[in-house]
Design a protein around this ligand. Sequence first.
Ligand code: FAD
Length: 446
Amino acid sequence: MKFVIIGGDAAGMSAASRAKRNMSDLEVTVLEQTQDVSYSACGMPYNIADPDRDMDDLVVRHAHVFREKQGIDLRTGHRVEGIDRNAKTVAGRNLEGREFEISYDKLLIATGASPIIPDLSGFDLPGVMALKTLEDGKKIKDFIGSRDVKKVVIIGMGYIALEMCEGLRDRDIEVQMVKPRPIFLPWMNPELASVVKEEVEGHGVGIHLGHKIDRIEESGSSLKVICPDSILEGEAVLVAIGVKPNSEMAAKAGLELGPFDSIAVDRTLKTNDENIYSAGDCADAYHVVTGQKTWVPLALRANRAGWAVADNVTGKRTELEGIAGSAVFKVFDLQVARTGLSMGEAEKAGFDPIEVAVKTRSRAHAHPGSTTMHVQIVGDRKSGRLLGMQIVGREGAVHRIKAPSVALHCKMTIEAFSQCDLAYAPPFSPTWDPMLTAANQLIKKM
Ligand SMILES: Cc1cc2nc3c(=O)[nH]c(=O)nc-3n(C[C@H](O)[C@H](O)[C@H](O)COP(=O)(O)OP(=O)(O)OC[C@H]3O[C@@H](n4cnc5c(N)ncnc54)[C@H](O)[C@@H]3O)c2cc1C
């Protein structure tokens, strides 16, 4: 049997490796358009922050290892341009411009996502860059290092923008952040979002909300981001306004699309074609809270979905329940974590949501090193179910989110969650863990 995979990063290479482990005589071919496979994109902002680190440190496994040790026919520099579902072939062009066509029995589309670049004047200028691939990371690092960049404008304020803002400040680069929408972290409870905003501003970063971007212009060695009411200047501009799934080729082949034009898959990761699967940032997923389709492009889901495809292709039927939308990031000295639904998402999904935001402590009262922890919790008035949680704090936020995340998978009520035996000792938490304090406060309000 021939298993062909388009895309050789998290989802694609997870699927290839596991498929070979499950069935050593399976013919596995991976077609990857770049020269890089299996690297940690998530580590790029931290690598860029440190001029002494080599970007190639982020490569988890080199192409030759997949070829020589695992027997995977990994073809880098091979871009797939079309899928013929009747003939069961994929066709494309390699870096030398030579055309190729390969047949498959089972196909996995693991083409990931691409940064959104507005169709506005100046976004193609040298020095205007987005961070997605290892190549992008190398380009940004070389650019700021070789030109001794002192000022950068970041368009966007999502987690990659914020991680990059910290990385650039670590290199003593002045950062101005700008976006058209007026709200900072719109998915976050406003009280918690203002804590994050203050942290960013406290590190000397300019936050410019509600500024529509008209264009970017070159002015000598510098770039001007032009808004109707202001101009921001830097030697480089980082565009970080989000990503979109690479699903055009799938759509052209007649595969169904889901939220945000991601490729629609069932719980076995199968598309509407019996022989074609999709996994990772290009594909949708079920949300464990709503039971509805969603699109959250993050790394664990990509790896897990790749494994599940491999199992299904090799005859071990596997269904994925879905994701809880758990995500964490760090910005300067703050940890930010979320799981489940925000108030807005819960309303949209038809729940009758109610929230509280509490300010508690990371360690026992008066224990040295104890810091403020902000926790928001959302529940459903009708069913009493836990719907989501958000945490902002200087320590312990990121790992704490894992308890409510598991609770969401178990569809627990707030009452049941409040009875969980979360461990206590003074260096780690107050007697009532901040998660329990938030749940107790919400119960009083419900
Ligand atoms: C800066 C940054 C920080 C991140 N931090 C985090 C984090 O902290 N936590 C987290 O969970 N996630 C994080 N992510 C997201 C995470 O990296 C992705 O969710 C993950 O890489 C998705 O894997 P994937 O295999 O689905 O897609 P990708 O990693 O995008 O891989 C898709 C591959 O397909 C190839 N491809 C596309 N089209 C074709 C074609 N037509 N022919 C051949 N090859 C093709 C691409 O070249 C690419 O190599 C971060 C991402 C970035 C960019």
